[in-house]
Design a protein around this ligand. Sequence first.
Ligand code: URA
Ligand code: ZN
Length: 381
Amino acid sequence: MSPPIVDVHTHVYPPAYMQMLRARRTVPYVHDPNNEDPRLIILSSDDDSSIPLDQRGRPVDSSYWDITVKLAFMRQHGINCSVISLANPWLDFIEPNEAQMWAERINDDLEATCAEANKAADPENALSLAQKETLFAMGALPLSSPTPNIVVAEIKRLKTLPHLRGVIMGTSGLGKGLDDARLDPIWEALQETDTLMFLHPHYGLPDEAFGGPGVTSRYGHVLPLALGFPLETTIAVTRMLLSGVFDRFPGLKVLLAHSGGTLPFLAGRIESCIHHERKFVSGGGDVPGPQRSIWDVLKTNIYLDAVVYGKPGLEAAIAASGSDRLLFGTDHPFFPPLDTKVSDWPSVTTNYKAINATFETIPDTVADVLGGNATRILNLK
Ligand code: URA
Ligand code: ZN
């Protein structure tokens, strides 16, 4: 029997979340006045008033909210198991007094979706001939809630939901980034419950970094998605490192989206700059830098997805963290084929090819990256 293929980077917007976005008029929102041609406007660069509303952002279809479309996509690409997560911007923008309600609603919905799919895939169930793909999920956190205690309570509650296998989180944390000391109870809860945190970008870099709004939108989403996203992730995890999060919480497990952004490639430079500074003096203090080496953190705390679309990125990832910490992903339903007549998604086949090319002489490692590592690390049996 061939080993399972597991997709750890695959998103959904559950119907209730879509409905909430449809009712909004500020980012994030869905524009669809006639209920037939929805446009998803989630990035700040998408909200460009010089672009007509029906051309802003990007088109979305049922692959974003209908789980049967996800299951068909999995079957088509040979994916046996998906660990689904809410897509960006998660619950970051929710009013504080509604955050807990939304987190519970989304996470209960994810749990029910997985339970139903896995029941249909159970060989003892009559429906199993029709479906073999299985689902697990990563939960969303109520990060805008009035107190971190609510986030901590949700992390603990997720442990009681049988199909939840971690949490997904953006880079803003409680609003001030991931080096914010107010996050300590949250890191502590993640460590104590042995919960993997999937760190995923959304905010990118300011338009000015790309030459201003006119330049950013001139090239569609290329600059924010190809460069803004990976640098955002790199900055967020580096701030965690610099502020000593991995010294205080040495058991924290963090899966970095898009093979760590640029972290594997830049790790040496980051380490060198830290040594050069020795102590951080801004902010009025004589603050010691991180105690642990970035290389140690990469090999003991960090996991990397394999969503990097090329061999050099994968080679940097395995040099930094090891092939036993690298996990296949698709980023579905983002990056669909432009030609609707094409059935295989080039974004997925490119990643498959890159993994095969990188490990062509070691088939066991291909199998580990495609699914063995995820099955072990996320306990997907
Ligand atoms: N991938 C994501 O996860 N989100 C986006 O907005 C674009 C690509
Ligand atoms: Zn993603």
